[in-house]
Ligand binder design. Structure first.
Ligand SMILES: NC(=O)c1ccc[n+]([C@@H]2O[C@H](COP(=O)([O-])OP(=O)(O)OC[C@H]3O[C@@H](n4cnc5c(N)ncnc54)[C@H](O)[C@@H]3O)[C@@H](O)[C@H]2O)c1
Length: 343
C-alpha cells in the first residue's frame, strides 16, 4: 500500500526552521519539498543537509509555484502575518511558530485569511506536549485535585539567548518568546480565558549589554472563573545556570497541588572541570537517531492531524487569545495599570 504523504514547505531556515526540517524529514507521512529564506546561503545549506529539492528566496514565489499541502512559518515573531496571509490565500495548511503575531492588526489579518480560505492552521505552542506538564494537565482534568485555584509559573532564559542566540531579540521580548508558552500553559491548565492582567517590567541589564529589550516581566493574571496566576518571564538568568531555561510551575487546586521543576531536576546532572550542566532530556533531544522531546512532538503532531483530519491540539482560537493577552500584559507593563484583555 502506498502512503499518502503530506507535502510540506518551510519559510525561515534559521535555528528553529532546522528543527522543523529534521522532524519532517523523519516523519513517515511527510514529504519535505521546499524551503525559503531571504538568506539564500542559509536556505541552500538546510536544503543540502536535509535533501530538500526546491529552494526559494521569496515566499510569494514559493506560495505560487511549490506543489505543497502545508507550510511551516518559522520567521521571527513579528514577521509571521504577511507570510501566513499569502499561504492562506493559496489554500495551504499552516503551522505558524509561536507567537501567532505580535500586533492586534496582524492577529486579525491572519484569522480572517484562515477563515476566508477555509484552511487549517495550528500555532506551535508546544509546552502542551511537555511530559510533566501534560501529566499535570491530566491530573487536574481528572478532578481529583478539585478546582484550580492559584498557580505560579517561571519560564526564563539565560542572557545568552537575548545577547547571542537570537539576532532579533531587541525587536521582540521574553514575553513574546517564552511568555507565549507560559500563558498558553496557564490557559490550558485553568481551562479558562484571561480576564485581566497586571504586569511590572524591569529594564536595564540587557540594555547595558547592547540589547534594547526588557529584562523581566512579573505578571499577575486573573481568569474569568476566578483563578489567579503569577507568571515570571526573564531574559537575564545568569549564563552559568545549569540549564538554558529556568522552568518552574506549581498549581494549587482546592483539594490538592502539583509542582514541577523542569530545569534543576535531579534526573541527570553532568559536571566537567569548567561547569555543572543539566543536559536537555525534554525539549530537543535525540534517542539513537530519532528526534525526541516536546519541540519535535508538537511539529510531528501537526502532520499527524493533517493525516487523520482531527482537530489540532492547539486551536487558532487558543493562539489568538494567548497573543491578545500578551498584548494586554505589554500594555499593563507600559502603563503601570491593570488591563482587561480585549478579545
Ligand atoms: N516553538 C518554540 O519554542 C520555538 C523555539 C525557538 C524559536 N521559535 C520561533 O521560531 C521563529 C523563528 O525563530 P529562529 O530562532 O529560528 O530565528 P532565526 O533568526 O534563527 O531564523 C529566522 C529566519 O527567517 C528568515 N526570514 C526572515 N524574514 C523572512 C522572509 N520574509 N522570508 C523568508 N525568510 C525570512 C531569516 O533570514 C532567518 O534565517 C520565531 O517566531 C521564534 O519565536 C519557537
Amino acid at each position: 500500500m502506498e502512503l499518502k504523504k503530506i507535502k510540506i514547505g518551510i519559510v525561515g531556515a534559521g535555528v528553529w526552521g532546522e528543527t522543523h526540517a529534521s522532524i519532517y524529514k523523519e516523519h513517515l507521512f511527510a514529504d519535505l519539498v521546499s524551503i525559503c529564506d531571504k538568506n539564500e546561503e542559509r536556505a541552500r545549506a538546510i536544503a543540502e543537509k536535509y535533501g530538500i529539492k526546491e529552494v526559494y528566496t521569496d515566499y510569494r514565489e514559493m506560495a505560487e509555484k511549490s506543489d505543497i499541502d502545508a507550510v511551516a512559518i518559522v520567521t521571527p515573531d513579528f514577521l509571521h502575518a504577511d507570510i501566513a496571509v499569502e499561504f492562506a490565500n493559496h489554500g495551504k495548511a499552516m503551522l505558524i511558530e509561536k507567537p501567532l503575531a505580535t500586533t492586534k492588526e496582524d492577529i486579525a489579518r491572519i484569522c480572517e485569511a484562515v477563515k476566508k480560505n477555509g484552511v487549517r492552521c495550528m500555532v506551535d505552542l508546544h509546552n502542551r506536549w511537555n511530559p510533566p506538564f501534560n501529566k499535570a494537565k491530566q491530573e487536574v482534568e481528572s478532578g481529583k485535585l478539585g478546582t484550580p485555584y492559584t498557580a505560579y509559573i517561571r519560564h526564563s532564559d539565560i542572557k545568552w539567548v537575548a545577547t547571542d542566540m537570537l539576532s532579533w531579540s531587541a525587536k521582540s521580548s521574553i514575553l513574546w518568546f517564552l511568555g507565549s508558552h507560559s500563558l498558553d500553559t496557564l490557559r490550558w491548565m485553568f481551562d479558562d480565558d484571561v480576564k485581566r492582567v497586571y504586569s511590572v517590567k524591569k529594564t536595564g541589564i540587557l540594555k547595558k549589554l547592547g540589547v534594547d529589550t526588557p529584562d523581566i516581566f512579573l505578571t499577575t493574571i486573573e481568569f474569568n472563573k476566578g483563578g489567579v496566576a503569577q507568571m515570571e518571564n526573564g531574559w537575564i538568568t545568569p549564563n552559568g545556570n545549569t540549564n538554558v531555561n529556568d522552568f518552574k510551575f506549581s498549581i494549587l487546586c482546592t483539594e490538592g497541588m502539583i509542582s514541577l521543576d523542569l530545569s534543576s531536576h535531579n534526573l541527570i546532572h553532568e559536571v566537567t572541570e569548567e561547569r555543572a550542566y543539566t543536559p536537555d532530556i525534554l525539549v530537543s533531544n535525540y534517542v539513537f537517531d530519532r528526534c525526541k522531546g516536546l519541540s519535535y512532538e508538537s511539529i510531528r503532531d501537526f502532520v499527524d492531524r493533517l493525516v487523520d483530519g482531527k482537530e489540532f491540539r492547539v486551536t487558532l482560537e487558543d493562539a489568538r487569545k494567548t497573543a491578545l493577552a500578551i498584548i494586554a500584559i505589554n500594555e499593563s507593563a507600559e502603563t503601570g495599570m491593570p488591563v482587561e484583555v480585549e478579545y
